[in-house]
Design a protein around this ligand. Structure first.
Ligand code: N01
Length: 547
């Protein structure tokens, strides 16, 4: 850390990231607690995830009337969403509006990336350095960096030789990418790839989708909202708020209490069909046992696989798309707009990497291994002008660990987490006083509608800091024993579900070579988690070490 630089800027709290979490945290600490706060943001505008993810077809899978803040009735009343699911431009406009409406912009420094943060044990503050070398000093450090902000570009032999253009969906150029007349290759068929392929196919001369793991997807059934839809959402806003704050998933619906295995096959199909027609993530709420019983899950899986075969004309392509190796929704379940139908277009080809793995990238395409009819090894060259990596993220911990964060005794966060992330309540790491993480590992985060989880975290952190100030305390941190019990609780909750069973899941860090395989999100549900956190606050944070 560059201590030669000019005097640090003195703050009460420093927040990293100007997405949903950073903006609300700034608002709470400044407006409710009157603190001197600054947000540092790497991008040149607010928006977080949605600032970077402007790839073709990008759209949130939470419905717009719940993918928003609920803390201000006036804000809810005045903002008008245009579609059932908001796209990145509309979400960034919304966050821009929030920034201006609550006069937050002057507390944000854009194009400023945090490089390092050190806890100073003598004076109990954090010293923070950004990439320009500028220094800040703050009592509290809060990470609001999002869960999916470190792009994962896999190391495929030959990428550096590729003479076309290549892009990662999570770092999409603001000006867009023209596909007209181009042969495009897309690697990855997660939520992002499933959204991108149908849109790329509309203008590209040819699209080759390289699929390693086949995936379920449910139609999103996006549509424009009319005045009546919007009035109804506004009329019901208070009830929706109660619902999103007090259920397991933070969405505007409850998980059915019906069990798939206690429902007749005929009624079950009827329920799945209705959910398929309605569209969206609510499909996974059709029955209560889908994520805890393999047998129950298999009924949903079979329904979706049958739909894939009905939607895709070519039987071989349909078989590859429906050859799914994991339970439905045990990996993050995508929703789509005409994804499977896209393979009926003449200009779209699916390459099943389990049958024909990628060997290397060349200057003008991708070479796959293609066994011939005698099982001999041959090669197939897919000629490409543009390569799109829809290959996901070093999720949840990636961005936290890319910053050089050091706590007591110079302990590096990367060392504290060398065997996987460990913290208490997903909020605080032992040995890192006054550092709070919003939607970090160990919290419900990506298993919920994110703004609901974010509001809960921000409000808890704000109350905790208010308590610290009122009681004249200086530091708060997790104890090793509370971390240990939270890690055990997280594992116990995860093991009640089918989620940890999936080989490739980014929930487990399994998509990043060398990343410790630990199930990261808290699966006990946002409602249960909220109560646990509230109890900790009601007990005056006695599980924490306070000085
Ligand atoms: O990333 P992913 P994503 N060779 O990691 C493949 C959120 N999100 O960006 O499954 C070949 O899910 C990989 O294959 P496999 C949402 O939470 C939300 O799609 O590892 N293929 C997989 O197919 C989501 O879950 C929204 O075998 C390779 C794909 O790349 C999260 O973001 C929209 C490969 C990566 O899928 C991440 O989704 C979009 C390689 N070397 C995203 N490496 C909405 O709100 C990776 N893959 C709607």
């Amino acid at each position: 850390m560059n201590t030669q630089h000019a005097e640090p800027e003195m703050l009460d709290a420093l927040i990293i990231g100007a997405g949903f979490s950073g903006l609300y945290q700034l608002y709470c600490l400044r407006e409710k607690l009157g603190l001197k706060v600054k947000v540092l943001e790497a991008g040149d505008s607010v928006g977080g995830t949605w600032y970077w993810n402007k790839y073709p077809g990008a759209r949130c899978d939470s419905e717009s009337h719940v993918y928003c803040y609920t803390f201000s009735k006036e804000l809810t009343e005045e903002w008008n969403w245009s579609e059932r699911y908001p796209g990145p431009d509309e979400i960034v406009s919304y966050l821009d509006h929030v920034t201006d409406r609550f006069n937050l912009r002057h507390n944000i420094e854009f194009e400023t990336r945090v490089a390092a943060a050190r806890f100073n044990e003598k004076d109990n503050h954090w010293d923070i350095e950004v990439d320009s070398g500028r220094l800040y000093r703050a009592r509290y450090l809060i990470t609001a960096v999002g869960c999916l902000s470190s792009a994962n570009v896999p190391e495929i032999d030959g990428l550096k030789d590729f003479e076309g253009q290549w892009y990662h969906t999570g770092q999409w150029p603001k000006e867009g990418v023209p596909f007209e007349g181009k042969r495009v290759g897309q690697i990855g068929t997660g939520s992002t790839g499933i959204q991108a392929a149908p849109v790329i196919a509309q203008t590209a001369q040819h699209l080759t989708v390289f699929q390693r793991t086949a995936n379920y997807s449910i139609p999103a059934r996006n549509h424009k909202l009319n005045t009546e839809d919007r009035s109804s959402h506004k009329l019901n806003a208070a009830a929706t708020r109660e619902l999103t704050r007090n259920n397991s998933n933070g969405h505007g619906w409850l998980i059915s209490e019906k069990q798939a295995l206690k429902t007749s096959a005929e009624e079950r199909t009827d329920i799945y069909e209705k959910a398929w027609q309605t569209g969206g993530l609510k499909f996974r709420a059709s029955f209560s046992d889908l994520l805890i019983s393999e047998k129950a899950n298999a009924t949903a899986a079979a329904f979706i696989k049958k739909k894939i075969h009905q939607l895709v004309n070519d039987p071989e392509t349909a078989s590859s798309l429906a050859d799914i190796d994991h339970p439905y929704a045990a990996k993050r379940p995508p929703i789509d707009t005409h994804y499977f139908e896209t393979y009926n277009r003449d200009n779209v080809e699916l390459v099943d990497l389990r049958k024909t793995p990628i060997l290397r990238i060349t200057k003008d395409g991708v070479v796959c291994h293609k066994p011939d009819s005698k099982g001999q090894r041959t090669e197939k060259h897919h000629h490409l002008d543009i390569l799109v990596f829809a290959t996901g993220y070093d999720a949840i911990t990636g961005t936290l660990l890319r910053m050089d964060i050091r706590g007591r005794n110079g302990l590096k966060l990367s060392d504290a987490w060398s065997a996987g992330p460990r913290n208490h309540l997903g909020l605080q790491v032992a040995g890192f006083p006054n550092l709070f993480m919003i939607t970090g590992p160990g919290s419900p985060s990506v298993l919920t509608n994110m703004p609901a989880a974010i509001e809960q975290h921000v409000e808890w952190i704000s109350d905790c800091i208010a308590f610290m100030i009122e009681q004249n305390h200086t530091t708060i941190e997790s104890s090793e024993s509370s971390v240990e019990s939270w890690v055990n609780e997280g594992n116990a909750e995860a093991n009640k579900t089918l989620l940890p069973s999936v080989r490739h899941s980014w929930y487990l860090g399994a998509n990043i070579p060398g990343k410790p395989r630990v199930f990261m999100p808290y699966t006990g549900g946002l409602d249960k988690y909220r109560n646990i956190c509230q109890k900790a606050a009601d007990e005056n944070y006695k599980m924490f070490v306070i000085s």
